[in-house]
Design a protein around this ligand. Structure first.
Ligand SMILES: [Zn+2]
Length: 325
Protein backbone atom coordinates (compact mmCIF):
# COMPACT_ATOMS: atom_id res chain seq x y z
CA UNK A 1 0.00 0.00 0.00
CA UNK A 2 2.77 2.38 0.94
CA UNK A 3 4.55 1.60 -2.33
CA UNK A 4 1.40 2.26 -4.24
CA UNK A 5 0.92 5.62 -2.58
CA UNK A 6 4.54 6.55 -3.31
CA UNK A 7 4.17 5.46 -6.93
CA UNK A 8 1.03 7.50 -7.41
CA UNK A 9 2.83 10.53 -6.00
CA UNK A 10 5.69 9.83 -8.40
CA UNK A 11 3.39 9.52 -11.37
CA UNK A 12 1.59 12.64 -10.28
CA UNK A 13 4.88 14.52 -10.17
CA UNK A 14 5.72 13.02 -13.56
CA UNK A 15 2.45 14.01 -15.17
CA UNK A 16 2.96 17.53 -13.90
CA UNK A 17 6.66 17.50 -14.60
CA UNK A 18 7.05 21.13 -15.49
CA UNK A 19 4.62 22.47 -12.92
CA UNK A 20 7.05 23.71 -10.32
CA UNK A 21 9.42 25.54 -12.64
CA UNK A 22 8.25 28.94 -13.71
CA UNK A 23 8.21 29.17 -17.48
CA UNK A 24 9.98 26.28 -19.07
CA UNK A 25 13.75 26.58 -19.05
CA UNK A 26 13.95 27.38 -22.81
CA UNK A 27 11.64 30.36 -22.22
CA UNK A 28 13.99 31.69 -19.53
CA UNK A 29 16.72 31.59 -22.13
CA UNK A 30 14.59 33.21 -24.84
CA UNK A 31 13.62 36.13 -22.59
CA UNK A 32 17.30 36.95 -22.07
CA UNK A 33 18.24 36.56 -25.74
CA UNK A 34 15.31 38.78 -26.73
CA UNK A 35 16.29 41.39 -24.12
CA UNK A 36 19.77 41.59 -25.63
CA UNK A 37 18.31 41.92 -29.12
CA UNK A 38 16.04 44.75 -27.94
CA UNK A 39 19.09 46.59 -26.58
CA UNK A 40 20.48 46.76 -30.10
CA UNK A 41 17.21 47.77 -31.75
CA UNK A 42 15.95 51.15 -32.92
CA UNK A 43 13.83 51.30 -29.73
CA UNK A 44 16.88 51.11 -27.44
CA UNK A 45 18.05 54.09 -25.38
CA UNK A 46 21.68 55.25 -25.39
CA UNK A 47 22.23 53.50 -22.05
CA UNK A 48 20.78 50.25 -23.38
CA UNK A 49 22.99 50.41 -26.46
CA UNK A 50 26.01 51.03 -24.25
CA UNK A 51 25.07 48.02 -22.13
CA UNK A 52 24.57 45.89 -25.25
CA UNK A 53 28.12 46.73 -26.36
CA UNK A 54 29.42 45.89 -22.86
CA UNK A 55 28.06 42.30 -22.93
CA UNK A 56 28.70 41.65 -26.61
CA UNK A 57 32.31 42.76 -26.23
CA UNK A 58 32.76 40.47 -23.21
CA UNK A 59 31.38 37.48 -25.12
CA UNK A 60 32.78 38.22 -28.57
CA UNK A 61 29.42 38.32 -30.34
CA UNK A 62 25.72 38.88 -29.66
CA UNK A 63 25.11 35.21 -30.26
CA UNK A 64 27.68 34.18 -27.65
CA UNK A 65 26.47 36.76 -25.14
CA UNK A 66 22.88 35.57 -25.55
CA UNK A 67 23.98 31.96 -25.25
CA UNK A 68 25.99 32.46 -22.04
CA UNK A 69 23.54 34.83 -20.33
CA UNK A 70 20.56 32.76 -21.43
CA UNK A 71 22.08 29.44 -20.40
CA UNK A 72 22.88 30.86 -16.94
CA UNK A 73 19.25 31.98 -16.59
CA UNK A 74 18.20 28.48 -17.69
CA UNK A 75 20.51 26.71 -15.21
CA UNK A 76 19.19 28.23 -11.98
CA UNK A 77 16.36 25.67 -11.83
CA UNK A 78 19.02 22.97 -11.59
CA UNK A 79 21.21 24.30 -8.79
CA UNK A 80 22.09 21.37 -6.54
CA UNK A 81 22.00 23.43 -3.37
CA UNK A 82 18.84 22.43 -1.55
CA UNK A 83 18.29 19.12 0.26
CA UNK A 84 15.33 18.02 2.36
CA UNK A 85 15.34 15.07 4.75
CA UNK A 86 15.37 13.95 8.38
CA UNK A 87 17.21 11.44 10.54
CA UNK A 88 14.65 8.84 9.52
CA UNK A 89 14.74 9.68 5.83
CA UNK A 90 17.80 10.31 3.61
CA UNK A 91 18.33 13.87 2.44
CA UNK A 92 17.57 14.38 -1.26
CA UNK A 93 17.67 17.27 -3.76
CA UNK A 94 14.69 16.03 -5.72
CA UNK A 95 11.94 13.45 -5.21
CA UNK A 96 12.78 9.74 -4.85
CA UNK A 97 16.38 10.15 -3.75
CA UNK A 98 17.14 12.51 -6.62
CA UNK A 99 15.70 10.26 -9.33
CA UNK A 100 12.91 12.77 -9.73
CA UNK A 101 15.37 15.51 -10.63
CA UNK A 102 13.92 15.78 -14.11
CA UNK A 103 10.60 16.54 -12.40
CA UNK A 104 11.59 19.20 -9.91
CA UNK A 105 14.64 20.17 -7.91
CA UNK A 106 13.88 21.44 -4.43
CA UNK A 107 16.02 24.44 -5.31
CA UNK A 108 12.94 25.77 -7.13
CA UNK A 109 11.28 26.47 -3.77
CA UNK A 110 13.49 29.59 -3.60
CA UNK A 111 11.78 30.86 -6.80
CA UNK A 112 8.58 32.45 -5.51
CA UNK A 113 7.58 35.95 -4.42
CA UNK A 114 4.29 35.96 -2.56
CA UNK A 115 2.39 39.09 -3.59
CA UNK A 116 -0.82 37.92 -1.88
CA UNK A 117 0.57 38.89 1.56
CA UNK A 118 2.87 41.42 3.14
CA UNK A 119 5.80 40.82 5.48
CA UNK A 120 6.94 37.22 5.96
CA UNK A 121 8.35 35.34 8.98
CA UNK A 122 11.89 36.55 8.15
CA UNK A 123 10.96 40.24 7.97
CA UNK A 124 11.05 40.45 4.13
CA UNK A 125 8.44 42.81 2.67
CA UNK A 126 7.07 39.84 0.70
CA UNK A 127 7.86 36.19 1.38
CA UNK A 128 8.65 33.29 -0.88
CA UNK A 129 7.10 29.84 -1.17
CA UNK A 130 5.25 28.77 1.95
CA UNK A 131 2.90 25.81 1.76
CA UNK A 132 0.60 27.44 4.31
CA UNK A 133 -0.04 30.40 2.02
CA UNK A 134 -0.22 28.76 -1.41
CA UNK A 135 -3.18 29.45 -3.69
CA UNK A 136 -5.31 26.32 -3.88
CA UNK A 137 -6.34 24.69 -7.12
CA UNK A 138 -10.15 24.49 -6.99
CA UNK A 139 -9.78 21.01 -8.50
CA UNK A 140 -8.53 19.38 -5.25
CA UNK A 141 -7.21 16.32 -7.11
CA UNK A 142 -4.91 18.55 -9.16
CA UNK A 143 -3.36 20.31 -6.17
CA UNK A 144 0.29 19.36 -6.56
CA UNK A 145 1.19 21.57 -3.57
CA UNK A 146 -0.79 19.21 -1.36
CA UNK A 147 0.84 16.12 -2.91
CA UNK A 148 4.23 17.72 -2.27
CA UNK A 149 3.23 18.44 1.32
CA UNK A 150 2.41 14.75 1.89
CA UNK A 151 5.62 13.61 0.23
CA UNK A 152 7.80 16.11 2.14
CA UNK A 153 5.87 16.12 5.43
CA UNK A 154 8.04 16.98 8.46
CA UNK A 155 11.24 17.05 6.38
CA UNK A 156 13.76 19.79 7.10
CA UNK A 157 16.32 21.74 5.13
CA UNK A 158 19.84 20.30 5.41
CA UNK A 159 21.90 22.33 7.86
CA UNK A 160 24.70 22.81 5.31
CA UNK A 161 22.22 24.23 2.81
CA UNK A 162 20.81 26.48 5.52
CA UNK A 163 24.32 27.79 6.18
CA UNK A 164 25.14 28.37 2.52
CA UNK A 165 22.13 28.68 0.18
CA UNK A 166 19.76 30.14 2.76
CA UNK A 167 22.45 32.42 4.16
CA UNK A 168 23.03 33.78 0.63
CA UNK A 169 19.33 34.44 0.08
CA UNK A 170 18.74 35.85 3.59
CA UNK A 171 19.80 39.37 2.52
CA UNK A 172 19.44 41.12 5.84
CA UNK A 173 16.33 39.26 7.01
CA UNK A 174 16.51 36.92 10.01
CA UNK A 175 16.39 33.12 10.03
CA UNK A 176 16.85 30.21 12.39
CA UNK A 177 16.82 26.67 11.08
CA UNK A 178 14.60 25.36 13.87
CA UNK A 179 12.01 28.07 13.54
CA UNK A 180 11.86 28.49 9.77
CA UNK A 181 13.12 25.30 8.10
CA UNK A 182 12.17 22.38 10.34
CA UNK A 183 9.01 20.92 8.77
CA UNK A 184 8.33 21.34 5.06
CA UNK A 185 4.68 22.15 5.61
CA UNK A 186 5.68 25.14 7.78
CA UNK A 187 8.83 26.26 5.95
CA UNK A 188 9.05 29.95 5.01
CA UNK A 189 11.38 29.89 1.98
CA UNK A 190 13.27 33.08 1.17
CA UNK A 191 11.77 35.03 -1.75
CA UNK A 192 13.28 35.12 -5.23
CA UNK A 193 13.99 38.86 -5.17
CA UNK A 194 16.57 38.04 -2.47
CA UNK A 195 18.07 35.40 -4.77
CA UNK A 196 18.29 38.02 -7.52
CA UNK A 197 19.98 40.52 -5.23
CA UNK A 198 22.50 37.92 -4.12
CA UNK A 199 23.57 37.04 -7.68
CA UNK A 200 23.50 40.65 -8.81
CA UNK A 201 25.82 41.59 -5.91
CA UNK A 202 28.14 38.73 -6.92
CA UNK A 203 28.20 40.22 -10.41
CA UNK A 204 29.16 43.65 -9.03
CA UNK A 205 31.93 42.11 -6.90
CA UNK A 206 33.34 39.95 -9.67
CA UNK A 207 31.60 40.63 -13.00
CA UNK A 208 30.84 37.69 -15.26
CA UNK A 209 28.08 37.02 -17.76
CA UNK A 210 27.11 33.98 -15.75
CA UNK A 211 26.46 35.89 -12.50
CA UNK A 212 24.14 38.43 -14.09
CA UNK A 213 22.58 35.58 -16.08
CA UNK A 214 21.62 33.89 -12.80
CA UNK A 215 19.95 37.15 -11.73
CA UNK A 216 17.94 37.10 -14.97
CA UNK A 217 16.33 33.79 -14.04
CA UNK A 218 14.48 35.66 -11.31
CA UNK A 219 13.24 38.22 -13.81
CA UNK A 220 11.50 35.44 -15.72
CA UNK A 221 10.01 33.81 -12.63
CA UNK A 222 8.39 36.92 -11.15
CA UNK A 223 6.58 37.59 -14.44
CA UNK A 224 4.82 34.24 -14.01
CA UNK A 225 1.52 34.64 -12.10
CA UNK A 226 1.81 31.18 -10.51
CA UNK A 227 5.01 32.30 -8.79
CA UNK A 228 3.52 35.41 -7.22
CA UNK A 229 0.22 33.70 -6.33
CA UNK A 230 2.32 30.79 -4.98
CA UNK A 231 0.89 27.77 -6.76
CA UNK A 232 2.52 24.73 -8.29
CA UNK A 233 -0.93 23.73 -9.53
CA UNK A 234 -3.71 25.67 -11.29
CA UNK A 235 -2.68 24.66 -14.84
CA UNK A 236 0.88 25.78 -14.25
CA UNK A 237 2.15 23.20 -16.76
CA UNK A 238 -0.52 23.87 -19.36
CA UNK A 239 0.11 27.61 -19.26
CA UNK A 240 3.86 27.20 -19.59
CA UNK A 241 3.53 24.72 -22.40
CA UNK A 242 1.22 27.11 -24.18
CA UNK A 243 3.74 29.96 -23.84
CA UNK A 244 6.47 27.79 -25.28
CA UNK A 245 4.27 26.69 -28.18
CA UNK A 246 2.95 30.16 -29.08
CA UNK A 247 5.81 32.49 -28.13
CA UNK A 248 6.76 33.00 -31.77
CA UNK A 249 3.32 32.82 -33.29
CA UNK A 250 2.04 35.71 -31.14
CA UNK A 251 5.42 37.49 -31.17
CA UNK A 252 5.19 37.89 -27.41
CA UNK A 253 8.59 39.56 -27.12
CA UNK A 254 8.27 41.91 -30.13
CA UNK A 255 10.46 44.99 -29.66
CA UNK A 256 7.47 47.26 -30.15
CA UNK A 257 5.60 45.63 -27.25
CA UNK A 258 8.64 45.91 -24.98
CA UNK A 259 9.18 49.54 -25.97
CA UNK A 260 5.66 50.47 -24.87
CA UNK A 261 6.21 49.43 -21.25
CA UNK A 262 9.94 49.77 -20.65
CA UNK A 263 9.35 53.33 -19.45
CA UNK A 264 7.79 51.83 -16.29
CA UNK A 265 11.27 50.78 -15.20
CA UNK A 266 14.26 52.72 -13.91
CA UNK A 267 17.84 51.43 -13.84
CA UNK A 268 18.38 53.50 -10.67
CA UNK A 269 16.02 51.20 -8.77
CA UNK A 270 17.55 48.46 -6.63
CA UNK A 271 17.26 45.04 -8.31
CA UNK A 272 14.64 43.93 -5.80
CA UNK A 273 12.41 46.87 -6.72
CA UNK A 274 12.68 46.04 -10.43
CA UNK A 275 11.49 42.51 -9.63
CA UNK A 276 8.74 43.64 -7.29
CA UNK A 277 7.34 45.89 -10.02
CA UNK A 278 7.16 42.96 -12.45
CA UNK A 279 5.71 40.72 -9.73
CA UNK A 280 3.01 43.35 -9.17
CA UNK A 281 2.05 43.12 -12.86
CA UNK A 282 1.94 39.31 -12.69
CA UNK A 283 -0.21 39.57 -9.56
CA UNK A 284 -2.81 41.44 -11.62
CA UNK A 285 -3.23 38.36 -13.84
CA UNK A 286 -4.56 35.51 -11.72
CA UNK A 287 -6.93 34.65 -14.60
CA UNK A 288 -4.28 32.34 -16.05
CA UNK A 289 -4.59 30.23 -12.89
CA UNK A 290 -8.24 29.54 -13.61
CA UNK A 291 -8.90 29.97 -17.34
CA UNK A 292 -7.28 27.88 -20.02
CA UNK A 293 -8.86 29.44 -23.08
CA UNK A 294 -6.75 30.95 -25.85
CA UNK A 295 -8.24 34.42 -25.53
CA UNK A 296 -7.23 34.70 -21.85
CA UNK A 297 -3.77 33.34 -22.52
CA UNK A 298 -3.05 35.57 -25.52
CA UNK A 299 -4.12 38.68 -23.61
CA UNK A 300 -2.13 37.87 -20.45
CA UNK A 301 1.04 36.69 -22.19
CA UNK A 302 1.12 39.88 -24.31
CA UNK A 303 1.50 41.79 -21.04
CA UNK A 304 3.66 39.39 -19.04
CA UNK A 305 6.35 38.48 -21.58
CA UNK A 306 7.09 42.10 -22.59
CA UNK A 307 7.43 42.90 -18.85
CA UNK A 308 9.81 39.98 -18.36
CA UNK A 309 11.92 41.16 -21.30
CA UNK A 310 11.80 44.81 -20.14
CA UNK A 311 12.94 43.76 -16.64
CA UNK A 312 15.81 41.81 -18.16
CA UNK A 313 16.79 44.85 -20.25
CA UNK A 314 16.67 47.02 -17.11
CA UNK A 315 18.81 44.68 -15.01
CA UNK A 316 21.35 44.20 -17.82
CA UNK A 317 21.57 47.95 -18.38
CA UNK A 318 21.85 48.67 -14.67
CA UNK A 319 24.70 46.15 -14.35
CA UNK A 320 26.66 47.57 -17.28
CA UNK A 321 26.15 51.19 -16.21
CA UNK A 322 27.66 50.37 -12.82
CA UNK A 323 30.96 49.70 -14.58
CA UNK A 324 30.71 52.64 -16.99
CA UNK A 325 29.94 55.05 -14.11
ZN1 LIG B 1 12.76 29.09 -11.38
Amino acid sequence: MKKLVLLSIVSFFTINSSQIHAWSQPIHKRIVIDALSFMNSSYASEDEKLAYAFYVKAAGSEENAGEILGQAAYDVDEFKDTRLGEWWRPYERAPIGGLGGFIVQYTSYWHFLNMTRGEDAHGNDHGGYDYRYHTKDPRWWANIDTYAKYYLYNLQLHEKDFNSTEAHYRQGSHSTIGKHYEDFQNIAWQPIDNLAKYWYDQFILDPSLEMIGFTLHAVGDVAQPHHVWVSSSNSHAGWEGWIEDYYDEYQLSAHEKVSKIIGEYDTEWPVRDILTHTAGIAYEHPEVLYNRDTKTRVAASNILIPHAVASAVTVLTKGALYFYD
